[in-house]
Design a protein around this ligand. Structure first.
Ligand SMILES: [Zn+2]
Length: 235
């Protein structure tokens, strides 16, 4: 009887020890994970542990959950309200967070997409003179901004095409100069020259504005394929 109690006691100790070890390793792992995926709360600027979603009457409300140690050394939690899920305010407040690491170009595309979502064409036009005037002025301002964006985008596209053309021509010159006896290089050179001629004939530098997107894309794809083959010559 004595022996049985002693054995049970030992077994209990071993079990407790193993549970503690498991608890410790889980804790260390979650600590590591949270450090690696630390995100900053858009409301208070402090890092948060996770986003908490609360469902009330079929709508989701989001909170950033912060953990901290209080003056008595106890772990505490506090929540920052971020707004309803899918709400523009929340999206814009966390924008740089959500798309963190993306390029500037990528980010403005997201902004534009959100603006398009905000635009409700079917909304009734107000007939109150004050409201009507405001609406009209806003629309005119938007229209002029869209024109400016369109102009800038065309300018950027022109620059992209100019870059392609000058890059192709530089590659042609270099292959001619550095690899005159390399048959493989001369093969690529032939294709580059053909491509260069086509670009010139299509007058891409001017025609890109009226060109269909898929036609423009075939030029870009061809350029990228050639670039891929030029890699071995460091071009
Ligand atoms: Zn916060």
């Amino acid at each position: 009887m004595m022996l049985n109690i002693r054995n049970m006691f030992l077994i209990a100790i071993v079990l407790l020890k193993n549970t503690f070890k498991l608890w410790l390793s889980i804790n260390l792992w979650t600590e590591k994970m949270s450090r690696e995926t630390q995100k900053i709360c858009p409301r208070c600027g402090e890092p948060y542990r996770w986003i908490y979603r609360e469902n009330i009457h079929g709508r989701s409300y989001l909170y950033a959950v912060h953990e901290y140690i209080d003056e008595n050394g106890r772990k505490r939690r506090r929540k920052c309200y971020l707004g309803p899920e899918g709400n523009y305010e929340y999206v814009s407040a966390t924008h740089d967070l959500e798309f963190y690491g993306l390029t500037k170009e990528d980010r403005y595309i997201r902004y534009l997409e959100e603006i398009i979502d905000l635009f409700d064409v079917d909304e009734p036009v107000p007939t109150d003179p004050e409201e009507f005037k405001k609406e009209f002025e806003n629309i005119m301002r938007t229209k002029s901004l869209v024109k400016k964006i369109s102009y800038k985008i065309d300018e950027r596209l022109r620059k992209i095409i100019e870059t392609i053309i000058s890059d192709i021509e530089a590659s042609i010159d270099l292959l001619k100069r550095d690899y005159p006896d390399n048959p493989q290089a001369q093969e690529i050179l032939k294709e580059l020259s053909k491509f260069d001629d086509e670009l010139e004939r299509s007058n891409l530098i001017k025609s890109f504005r009226i060109l269909k997107e898929d036609v423009l894309r075939t030029y870009i794809e061809r350029y990228l394929l050639l670039k891929n083959r030029l890699k071995i010559y460091n071009l």
